[in-house]
Design a protein around this ligand. Sequence first.
Ligand code: UDX
Length: 405
Amino acid sequence: MGHKVTGLDLDERKVNSLQSGKLHFYEPGLNDLLLKHLNLENITFTTDTQKAIKENDVIFLCVGTPQSPNGSADLQYVKNAASSIGSFMNQYKVVVNKSTVPVGTAELVSNIIKENQPSEVPFDVVSNPEFLREGSALKDALHPDRVVIGSTSKKATLIMKELYKEVTCPIIETNPKSAELIKYAANSFLALKISFMNELARLCDELEININDVSKGIGLDHRIGPHFLQAGIGYGGSCFPKDVQALLHTSRKNGINLSILERASEVNRTQATYFMEKLTNTVGDLNGKTIAVLGLAFKANTDDTRESPSLTVVDYLAKHNCNVKVHDPVVRLQSSAYIQYSTIEETVADADAIIICTDWDEYRNIQWHKLKDLMKQPLLFDGRNLINRDDIIGLGYHYISIANF
Ligand code: UDX
């Protein structure tokens, strides 16, 4: 789009890898885009904080805001970045908070910058939350549903609108505090939708009702919408669990009980174990049983395992003294809790049961008739409702799901 971009990070290994055209994580399409812009010399990567700050007019803060032990967002990286920006600011800059940060952080960043400026230089801080999903980051970032600009400065708002001029979607202009809350409210609402379906699925399991039909039936109502109604073993990842806790922390601190969100979080905390109880009810004593787990990533198309419900499943199995064999198309993790295999066939060999934990397409397309004979018994637990129930039962499997009737 005609901008010159500098990627600044303190981690030399990441910077070197990106500068040489290698992405250090898995994200479909992103490596090609990186190579394209490196070739066009539109982007460079550096660890030189001073140079990166001095040479750029707009500075995006894209640092992590991990969860603190009390549930709040840990702002140490935001604060460190803000103090560097203050120290090296040489002329007017727009400082953009892209990181997911609690209400009031734009003001905090502004104060830190001011405190660290050797002499007064004008600047504005804008809150511009990012809504992209891992696995579809490019599509989401380049074709967003909306852009939110939280700003108290007309000048900064105009600069931001100029940056986004090729993006065709509504732009919400608001103040920084509202923009900050919009991000938490969006993620929390989506988490709430998922937890509602997961809790409803428990009722459906009792009544032998297909939760997927319920999902379709309500999702076609445009007031509800079809997305994020897929029941499963719970939401994971680096955002939903952390952002729900951070919003709950903010509410408690302000004397407000977000009781619906508290409950949504609790449903999520217990969803994977709810599913594992079905395993115990079916298999009986798990001690010494061999269980094949398909999928470690918190969802398909990513190598991210942060807060992955698969890890809760693996943990449960390891605690019950199972031999845990795992497979994932892209995640490679060492753990004493399991042995990882590179093929699905090796993973399911001699298994007493298979548990699908991640919605990878590869698992949708498994030739189940071939796997059956490799297992001790044809028992399939589908934690993502990926498989057609009638087909798999037709092949002689005992099939247990999240109300996929
Ligand atoms: C999320 C938000 O969607 C995104 O807007 C924000 O910027 C970052 O957080 P992400 O964590 O990458 O994105 O993944 P997402 O696709 O939202 O899935 C989160 C979790 O919810 C996954 O574990 C997924 O499996 C689960 N999920 C999602 C369901 O269980 N059911 C659904 O219907 C949708």
